[in-house]
Design a protein around this ligand. Sequence first.
Ligand SMILES: NC(=O)c1ccc[n+]([C@@H]2O[C@H](COP(=O)([O-])OP(=O)(O)OC[C@H]3O[C@@H](n4cnc5c(N)ncnc54)[C@H](OP(=O)(O)O)[C@@H]3O)[C@@H](O)[C@H]2O)c1
Ligand SMILES: *[C@@H]1O[C@H](CO)[C@@H](O)[C@H](O)[C@H]1NC(C)=O
Length: 323
Amino acid sequence: MKVLTCSTLLTLLSASLLVSVDGCKKKLNDGNEIPDFAFGTFKLKTPTQSIRRAIEAGYRLIDTAAFYANEEEIGKGIRDVIERGIVTRAELFISGKLLNTNHSKEQVIPALKLSLKKLGLEYLDMYLIHSPMATTSEGENICLDYVKTWRGMENAQKLGLARSIGVSNFNSKQINRILTLCDVPPAVNEIEVNPTYPNLALVAYCKVNNIAVMAYSPFGYMVPRRYDLEDYSPPKFNDPYFVKLAHKYGKKTSQIAMRYLIDRNVIPIPRSDNPTHIQENIDVYDFKLTTKEVSTINTYDINTKVYELGFLRNNVFYSFYQS
Ligand SMILES: NC(=O)c1ccc[n+]([C@@H]2O[C@H](COP(=O)([O-])OP(=O)(O)OC[C@H]3O[C@@H](n4cnc5c(N)ncnc54)[C@H](OP(=O)(O)O)[C@@H]3O)[C@@H](O)[C@H]2O)c1
Ligand SMILES: *[C@@H]1O[C@H](CO)[C@@H](O)[C@H](O)[C@H]1NC(C)=O
């Protein structure tokens, strides 16, 4: 089967129409555009090299966080591909996240500036509150309303330090409070979405409210996790239905998992240090799953998150009690 990536397809189209098309993007509720596919950076073993490989393979959206403690290495990889002329800064979409320990309104801008300094960037395309749960530097839960944090985020956007602002790990009730009490609605909610945790209700809520969803841990329990489940047997990449779909479309089962997310209109954030995986994960623009196939994969729900954030369970704003 001939491989046509999203961007080569659009290049062909644009060549024939004599118009320039940028690639596959979604419009955010603030008017900015976001690529429809991302690269994850949590726990990368070779961050600089993997970022370079990802951008060379066509990834444009890079999901970073102060919490991942690798902003310098990621920034080095980004600057390297820009210097080599592979992409311009404007073609990239770099997102970052505010630490749970930096939630007071006054801390937001200094925290963002520190991330920019480490990344070696002048602005972020997206800045997210990493979670609604605030803690002290020692990790103790504190009662600090994320609505106040959001006011700091609005200031950061006004200053142009972050072009778009959003949230991560928020439930629908918490987003509703921001929508009711604040001026700027979140452009994004970054949450866990994958075949073993389809998160249907929260994704639907975000869609209705015109909030884009970035899907973290996009492979769920299909890949081995540190604390793999014993009392369930989650589907793995050798699952017969995934194998059947992979055969039908001439793809890998891992690519079926990525396409499932795109066909649900969410932005997958796969992470990998493996050059073959990095390339394969984004090579999913030459086929499309049917509505029925997407619905069948939705039934793989084992109602168990990869990241429960259990250490924050006693926080007043712990978000995972409801969707
Ligand atoms: N906002 C939040 O609170 C939050 C929470 C969790 C994650 N995230 C974001 O989401 C990103 C992704 O989530 P994640 O790190 O949990 O995991 P993930 O992307 O679901 O899984 C990563 C694992 O899958 C393996 N893998 C990747 N592609 C593969 C392929 N084609 N075939 C087989 N195995 C493959 C990787 O190993 P190899 O390196 O060997 O390929 C790695 O062990 C993070 O990096 C982070 O940016 C955000
Ligand atoms: C953010 O939290 C970190 C970790 O506790 C701390 O070292 C840093 O000083 C905080 N930043 C600001 C701006 O308060």
